[in-house]
Design a protein around this ligand. Sequence first.
Ligand SMILES: C[S@@+](CC[C@H](N)C(=O)[O-])C[C@H]1O[C@@H](n2cnc3c(N)ncnc32)[C@H](O)[C@@H]1O
Length: 310
Amino acid sequence: MTRWAIVARRAATWSGVSDPQSLARHNGSVADHREALRRIAAREPLRAWGTDVVDLPWGDPEFSERMLREHLDQSHELASRRLDTIERQTDRLLEWLGIGPGSSLLDVTCGPGLVARAFAHRGISVTGVDIAPAAIRHAIEITAGLPCTFIESDVREMPLPVAGFDAAIYLYGQGGVARPEDQREILTRVRRALRHGAPLVLELRDAASVDRGPDTRWWAGTDDLFGSGAHLVLTERDWDPDARATVERDIMLGVETGALSIFGVTERAFEPAEIAAILAEAGFPQVEFHCGWDGLAFDDSSDWLVAIGR
Ligand SMILES: C[S@@+](CC[C@H](N)C(=O)[O-])C[C@H]1O[C@@H](n2cnc3c(N)ncnc32)[C@H](O)[C@@H]1O
């Protein structure tokens, strides 16, 4: 099962589809349902960054509200880490980065500001950038009175001062989702925004932990990450050997409406040598690696590789 399908399925209540009255309320016509099934049957094969499988619609206001609930849910670590994990990761990052009170930090794809707040409590000034409106709203709310600034922007276009930061973090695998050309653009922008020799922490999924086998499943849910109302979710995943990436697609079919929404994501599996080469190309010639956060214990910590480029 894919990561985001797990998030959606955890939230599914199931009630809508087993309720006969709900099933009797047909808002969509038979033709709508037939057209949806036709489009599902004619879907493209899973290919890295192909149609519908580039990334989740993070910037969509409604999706970002639903995702915010997952970021803040302390029963899992699939969208953001739990607060106690973030506290321990922050202490470890401060050790690795050699920054302290008075330093400035850039948080690339900062989400709802949970990591930014932890750094700010330790005296660091943080600028966070994220495309999700609900996440940025929450980040601003929880850091009131702390030295934090948040920018709602696509990180491929983020407006940043030149040489304005003492360090940068790009956590929780988002850097492995970007298309190679976008990743180059983002890392180049980060490099420009950092002072000479300042470190960037890039956390990517360890190549060995990236799923490679094909997988196909379906389930019925109601009011979950993928949308409201009763729906079927058809989820599939495959490995694209040319791109060395795993590709996931979750097709959501509205039970009553026949409406079709498709969510997809492509995630690259990087070997350390490749990460070092990408960082060197972006202007970080020295790279050190910390596998599994050097033994820090949290959900799936061994699946992650932290690279620090300088
Ligand atoms: C898995 S979450 C991690 C959030 C945060 N770094 C954390 O650890 O809690 C990925 C984040 O990347 C953001 N994101 C995805 N694509 C983006 C883009 N192109 N520009 C800015 N933010 C983006 C999402 O909105 C989401 O908040």
